[in-house]
Design a protein around this ligand. Sequence first.
Ligand code: HEM
Length: 187
Amino acid sequence: MANLVKHQNIQSKLVDEIKGVVKSENDDIKEEDLQKMLYLKAVVLEGLRRHPPTHFVIPHAVTEDLCLDGYVVPKEATVNFMVAEIGRDPKLWNDPTEFKPERFLSSGEVFDITGSREIKMMPFGAGRRICPGLGLATLHLEYFVANLVREFEWTARIGDDVDLSEKQELSITMKNPLWAHISPKIS
Ligand code: HEM
């Protein structure tokens, strides 16, 4: 939501997409409507890429010594993955620090967040210990974001530059919590 406050053009584009799919203002957004909202999916993916809620996965270990790309990983050593750094790797992403949902639309197919084809980001982990809540979490993220921008206009407090700095708590949170003007849309 902070990025949608910061980037009003992205918020407007999202609202236009929602209006295009759910024509009547009296109709609720349904699960099948979300599947038609590709820009919404791109916004949620970009949020997870740029600001993954955890910067590491649950610690893993290997059951026997192995050599990976010239590095020895000893049996039972703790292995982890730098989730946030992978999603911001300039070798994998153009302008990695920018919030650009369009990057997920160019390939013409829905981005594979499970990492089964290639791993360019892994906010839910990857492989057989991948987050089992992935489907539930993305559905709710899409549902919440769609309804929040459909019902309200989100703008920054006057003179306030939205600060996206992060802080490590149980999960990653905003160092300076978002303050926004939220105006109901009256039709
Ligand atoms: C945006 C929301 C969420 C994110 C970013 C997230 C992320 C993660 C990550 C990174 C892991 C570690 C994967 C690994 O160790 O390789 C994980 C594990 C797990 N998550 Fe999630 N998660 C989210 C929501 C949920 C929800 C909604 C549920 C349950 C309804 C859930 C249940 C679990 C469980 C049970 C595990 C442990 C899986 C295992 O160790 O086998 N998560 N999650």
